[in-house]
Design a protein around this ligand. Structure first.
Ligand code: PGA
Length: 240
C-alpha cells in the first residue's frame, strides 16, 4: 500500500485523473472498476473534460461497477446506473455493451450477484477505483464482511443508510440492501486507487492504513494488496 497526501483536492483529483487517463491510453482494452458516491464525481468530471479536449478513446474499454442498490430500477434517479450515466458514460465514447453494473431489479438478486461475481472473475479488473465509507466500508462491504468475500446481496448498516440518505428525499427511501462485489473480488484487481477527501473520512483512514487487516474495517484488507495507492487530502490524512 502506498499513500500520497495532497495539499488540496484539485491536485489530488488531477493526479487521480492522470492515472486513469494514462491507463486508458496505454491499454485501450483495459477493464476499469468504477465506484459511485460523492468521492469520484470530480474525477469523472476531469475524465470527461479530457475526453472533450483530447479525445481519449474509450471505445474498447470495459467498465465494471462495484455495486447497485437492491430494488431500484436502473431508471431511478438514485440508482448507480443513472449516476454513472449522468456523471461519465453519457459524455464519453464507451460502448453500451461494455458497461457492466449489477441489476438491482433482477427477479433473483442472489442469482444476479452470483452471475455478476462470475463475470468479474472471468473478465478481471486492471484498475479499480474505490471510495471509503465513514465506517471503513469499500463498495458495500460493511464492517464484519469477510475479507475474502465474493459478490453478494448485502445488508446496509444504519450508518451507511444515514450517510446515503442525503441523496434521497428521506431516510426511509434509502434501500436497505445492495448487490456488492466482495472484498475478495476487489483484492483480485491488478491495481487499486482509493480516494478519501475530508475530515469525516480521517477516522476510517486511520483504521485502514498500515494496520493488520481486520473485518472491523473492511478497507484494511487493502494492506494485503501490493498495488494499492491511497490518495488523501490533508483532512482525510489528519489522524495518520
Ligand atoms: P462518498 O461514499 O464518496 O459519498 O463519501 C464513499 C463510500 O461510501 O464508499
Amino acid at each position: 500500500m502506498k499513500i500520497k497526501v495532497f495539499d488540496n483536492e484539485e491536485d489530488l483529483y488531477n493526479y487521480a485523473a492522470k492515472i486513469f487517463i494514462n491507463e486508458v491510453k496505454t491499454n485501450p482494452n483495459t477493464h476499469l472498476g468504477l465506484a459511485t458516491g460523492s468521492t469520484p464525481i470530480k474525477l469523472y468530471q476531469l475524465l470527461v473534460e479530457d475526453y472533450k479536449k483530447n479525445k481519449t478513446d474509450y471505445s474498447n474499454v470495459k467498465t465494471f461497477n462495484l455495486d447497485e442498490y437492491a430494488g431500484l430500477d436502473k431508471t431511478h434517479a438514485q440508482s448507480y446506473y443513472t449516476f454513472m450515466h449522468n456523471q461519465l458514460f453519457n459524455h464519453i465514447n464507451i460502448k453500451k455493451e461494455n458497461i457492466n453494473i449489477p441489476n438491482g431489479k433482477a427477479n433473483n438478486l442472489n442469482k444476479e450477484a452470483e452471475t455478476y461475481g462470475k463475470l468479474l472473475i472471468k473478465e478481471g479488473i486492471n484498475l479499480q477505483l474505490l471510495g471509503i465509507g465513514t465506517n471503513g466500508h469499500i463498495a458495500f462491504n460493511e464492517p464484519g464482511s469477510p475479507l475474502d468475500g465474493k459478490c453478494s446481496l448485502v445488508d446496509l448498516t444504519k450508518n451507511t443508510i444515514k450517510d446515503n440518505s442525503r441523496f434521497f428525499k428521506n431516510i426511509n427511501e434509502v434501500p436497505k440492501k445492495a448487490i456488492s462485489v466482495g472484498i475478495g473480488d476487489i483484492l483480485k484487481s491488478k491495481k487499486i486507487v482509493l480516494i478519501a477527501v475530508g475530515k469525516h473520512k480521517a477516522e476510517a483512514i486511520k483504521k485502514t492504513v498500515n494496520v493488520k487487516p481486520t473485518t472491523k474495517c473492511p478497507a484494511s484488507a487493502l494492506n494485503n494488496h501490493k498495488e494499492t495507492l491511497i490518495l488523501l487530502d490533508k483532512d482525510a490524512a489528519s489522524l495518520l
